[in-house]
Write a protein that binds this ligand. Structure first.
Ligand code: 2IT
Length: 463
């Protein structure tokens, strides 16, 4: 009898020390979700960076927090039939992924682009959980979209598509349930059409979408917020390292809403943006993208063609077809276009050219090889979930204003955005500072975001 008790006691601690094994978990996930490369990439990065801290909390492993957090709460997929201008029926796929609502209603954008797949939306939804946790606001993680591409479509076609999309989506969303917004291919025009249809179906005028126009509940500074927030973060990274952003040259990729906000704020801060890019190549403007050239970005975006080359013609600068801007010698690189747009080769070239800071304003803009190179070479590297969180943070501020039925002035929204970005930076420093003083922002962001959500999940039981 006594021996048995002793044995039981001896066995118990062994059970307690069971730990998360990232490789085993990844193998299980790969078997369950074969071919979902982007999703698996995003999960692996987070799990590897939080592994040590996670394993200091046996209560997390006991509650299987890691196994639960990597699977969305639910995924909706639906058919979106619509009629084009020639009277032909078109069929697209629609998705909404409600990933995790431990700390607030599902929140995250909709992406309309021909490249959209379930894997891409799952990676975006997974990243969104931790990004939203970092903003300090009560928002869970979600993402959605369609393989519909608004480029080249008429306003009427975009409207009919958005209406058909919302005819399905409206059942699953709500101001306290799930609040979508924009992402690539979804700007104020699309949000307006989506909102109009939601309002008609639900008989409610609520803050169910963010990124709305000012006249019907939108927030000042939301269009600029992702780019502005990104530059507030980058400025802090530089200042923490004893450097200034003034006078620095910056390579930006993309020429959409995020690139526009980033170029505007970088110029205001006294830096010089020397590149922009599109699927067709990049432009190199050694005098800097400023003034009317920044306004021209909006014009370029409004045209139906997804090309940046007309900038080079208009302002008489160099256009490099079929290449990415990371081969230009600059102090700072800011990916502002899409996932995996800066690879290991690009990273090596940037490092050889003396880059000091890389801030991902696109989601997962750098490949794992590129990130390893930056971190191993002690280059300041800010991950998307921290650097670009100003967009969703300002969406959170739009939700607050909608709930209060009022509208804050621009300086109030901007001041709050400033505070939030400073707070995110502080969290990254707290959890990411290494013994030699180097700040591993990726580690800091992942640990801070993950721990908050993990604690909330633990407190709420197995649900
Ligand atoms: O990736 C992102 O954080 C966004 N596309 C913004 C999401 C939002 O809800 O404003």
């Amino acid at each position: 009898m006594q021996l048995k008790t002793t044995l039981r006691k001896a066995v118990k601690p062994l059970n307690l020390v069971s730990v998360m094994n990232v490789e085993k978990l990844m193998q299980q996930l790969e078997a369950k979700h074969p071919g979902e490369a982007e999703y698996l990439q995003a999960v692996r990065e987070v799990l590897i960076t939080v592994e040590d801290v996670y394993n200091q909390h046996p209560e997390f492993e006991k509650a299987k927090i890691a196994e639960r957090i990597v699977e969305p709460d639910r995924i909706f997929t639906f058919r979106v039939p619509w009629v084009d201008d020639r009277g032909e029926v078109q069929v697209n796929l629609g998705y909404r992924i409600q990933f995790n609502n431990a700390i607030g209603p599902y929140k995250g954008g909709l992406r309309f682009h021909s490249s959209v797949t379930l894997s891409i939306l799952k990676f975006l939804g997974f990243e969104q959980i931790f990004k939203n946790a970092l903003t300090t606001l009560p928002m869970g993680g979600g993402k959605g979209g369609s393989d519909f591409n608004p480029r080249g479509k008429s306003d009427g076609e975009v409207m009919r598509f958005c209406q058909a999309f919302m005819t399905e989506l409206w059942r699953y969303i709500g101001p306290d349930t799930d609040v979508p917004a924009g992402d690539i291919g979804v700007g104020a025009r699309e949000i307006g059409y989506l909102y109009g249809m939601y309002k008609k179906l639900a008989h409610e005028h609520t803050g169910v979408l963010t990124g709305k126009n000012l006249e019907f509940g939108g927030s000042l500074v939301r269009p600029e917020a992702t780019g502005f927030g990104g530059l507030y973060f980058v400025k802090q990274m530089l200042e923490t390292a004893g450097q200034s952003i003034e006078g620095k040259t910056i390579a930006i990729s993309g020429f959409g809403n995020v690139a526009w906000g980033a170029a505007t704020k970088a110029t205001q801060m006294g830096a010089k943006v020397v590149t922009l890019s599109g699927p067709d190549g990049y432009i190199y403007d050694p005098d800097g993208v400023s003034g009317e050239k920044i306004d021209y970005m909006l014009e370029l975006r409004a045209t139906c063609n997804d090309v940046v080359a007309p900038y080079a013609e208009k302002f008489g600068v160099k256009f490099v077809p079929g290449r990415r801007p990371w081969e230009v010698k600059t102090d700072i690189a800011l990916p502002c276009a899409t996932q995996n747009e800066l690879n290991g080769e690009d990273a090596q070239r940037l490092i050889d050219n003396g880059v000091i800071c890389v801030g991902e304003i696109s989601n997962m803009g750098c490949t794992p090889e590129a990130i390893d190179l930056f971190i191993n070479n002690k280059i300041m590297y800010g991950p998307g979930k921290a650097v670009n969180a100003g967009g969703v943070a300002t969406s959170g501020l739009e939700m607050t204003q909608n709930a209060m039925h009022l509208c804050w002035p621009a300086d109030e929204v901007d001041a709050r955005l400033h505070r939030i970005m400073a707070d995110i930076h502080a969290q990254c420093v707290k959890y990411g500072r290494q013994p030699d003083g180097y700040i591993n922002y990726m580690k800091g962001a992942n640990i801070a975001g993950f721990m908050k959500v993990a604690r909330a999940m633990l407190a709420q039981g197995v649900v």
